[in-house]
Design a protein around this ligand. Structure first.
Ligand SMILES: Cc1cc2nc3c(=O)[nH]c(=O)nc-3n(C[C@H](O)[C@H](O)[C@H](O)COP(=O)(O)O)c2cc1C
Length: 445
């Protein structure tokens, strides 16, 4: 069982908040302002290492309804030392604005210097990771370790706010473990140290992803601070986002895994919040999203207008634009496998799609698998039965239903009809796949 499966299993079985669209109309929610940065929506894409790269963030923004995107966490040490790979994680494009770059580290001076680099890159916000439970990070007094040293955490934020003029924000967990649930105290200290906003994932580091995010605690933190508080955890359906916003004192919601499964979740939540119905997403749109992601990753840094991409000012030889063709293809395959491990959850036959994605060795084949799964319509099967079937190694077993499981809150419109049994048989005869590998996939806060 891979990391994704481990942390998704409990999530998949979570009940979502009961949708009451009629009551979800916008009771004029105050616009969110993080320092001087105004968000046009209270729903934000959470930082996710290995997942929320610039291409993914752009694709999410294009779907609409997302007020802020946060990069994957970036090492302050790597930024200060101008390490290529680290700088690459911090790159973003104008289209993503407002964009927050999340950094981690425990040394106030280095974090201040890293914040200056982030500001120099033109980012709108710099965020401090105080939630990562991974020992590799935590042992360096970074990530969630900082919650065990509140004074040190405050020194970090104070040093950063003195060093930059962009807003400094903090993302934390509820605490280190069940005997040290101190988000309320730490959040107050962060506000006093100059933080412009705080985000709270309502689990302890010890919990990792087990149990439920404690929204009562998140609400308590939000009520106790004068700066905006964003809540995080287990919002997997658009109704969850709107419900949390309505029922608690938070200013906004950070969405992680729900967005990896359903990048339309922000747009759907916005519609619900405005009293409209959430637009169902077609199968083709879901397929098109993956194909666009492949194309964008392939052309990362190669065909963008000058000035479009924001990088740190340093001469670099590595990075996506500098990868050889074969290593770039491998990188793209691994990125798609990593996203696929989330994106395919909740589909009928999604596990088979996942296996097919994990087995494929070429991008051409991957594209065919995606097309066959999402685009082979009943019409095309009826019109060209032989070719459609010949193409169907990756076809979707839609026999059970075309809809994504309602547990996931993924609204889809049924634009395909069941594939013939023979295509289903072919897909099921595929060998079991391997878990996604090769791409950076580190659980964070
Ligand atoms: C694959 C993955 C990577 C993550 N990486 C980060 C990270 O780099 N920084 C961070 O603050 N949180 C990170 N998180 C935590 C999320 O931002 C979020 O707080 C958490 O997943 C709970 O929200 P969710 O239930 O909406 O996913 C990560 C989560 C996942 C699933």
């Amino acid at each position: 069982m891979g990391f994704a499966d481990q942390i998704l299993t409990p999530l998949a079985s979570l009940p979502t908040l009961s949708p009451e669209p009629a009551n979800m109309t916008a009771q004029a929610h105050a616009p969110v302002k993080i320092g001087s940065v105004a968000l046009e929506s209270p729903f934000a894409l959470a930082p996710m290492a290995g997942m929320t790269d610039t291409a993914f963030r752009r694709l999410v923004k294009r779907r609409g309804g997302c007020g802020l995107v946060v990069t994957e966490m970036v090492s302050s040490e790597g930024l200060v030392r101008r390490i290529d790979r680290t700088l690459e994680y911090a790159e973003y494009t104008d289209e993503e604005r407002p964009v927050s770059i999340q950094i981690f580290g425990g040394d106030p001076a280095k974090m201040a210097e890293a914040a200056q680099i982030v500001e120099g890159m033109g980012a709108d916000v710099v965020d401090v990771n105080m939630g990562c439970p991974v020992p590799k990070i935590a042992k360096h007094q970074a990530g969630c370790s900082l919650m065990r040293m509140p004074e040190q955490a405050a020194s970090v934020v104070r040093a950063m706010t003195r060093a930059v003029s962009i807003p400094v924000t903090v993302k934390m967990r509820s605490g280190w473990d069940e005997t040290h649930v101190n988000a309320l105290d730490v959040a107050g200290l962060m506000q006093d140290a100059g933080a412009a906003a705080v985000a709270v994932h309502g689990r302890t580091a010890a919990q990792s992803y087990s149990g439920r995010s404690d929204w009562d605690l998140i609400d308590e933190v939000a009520r106790s601070l004068s700066i905006p508080v964003l809540g995080s955890g287990d919002c997997v359906a658009p109704e969850d986002l709107v419900g949390r916003l309505r029922e608690t004192a938070i200013a906004g919601v950070l969405v992680g895994r729900g967005a990896l499964r359903n990048p339309w979740i922000f747009e759907q939540a916005r519609a619900l919040g405005q009293g409209s119905a959430a637009r169902p997403v077609t199968e083709q749109e879901r397929g098109q999203f993956l194909l666009a992601y492949i194309d964008m990753l392939l052309s990362e840094g190669t065909d963008e207008a000058e000035g479009f991409r924001h990088t740190a000012t340093v001469d670099r030889k590595a990075g996506p634009a500098r990868r050889g063709v074969r290593s770039r293809e491998r990188w793209v395959l691994n990125k798609l496998r990593a996203l696929g491990s989330w994106y395919t959850k909740g589909f009928d036959n999604g596990s088979r799609l996942r296996v097919a994605m994990n087995h494929t060795k070429s991008l051409d084949e991957l594209r065919n698998i995606i097309r066959d799964f999402f685009f082979v319509t009943a019409e095309s099967i009826e019109m060209t039965p032989t070719s459609a079937l010949d193409h169907s190694a990756g076809s979707r077993d839609a026999g059970a239903a075309d809809q994504l499981s309602p547990d996931f809150g993924l609204l889809t419109s049924s634009s395909t009809r069941p594939c013939p049994d023979s295509s289903r048989a072919r897909l099921s005869s595929r060998r079991r796949g391997t878990s996604p590998s090769g791409s950076r996939n580190m659980p964070g806060a």
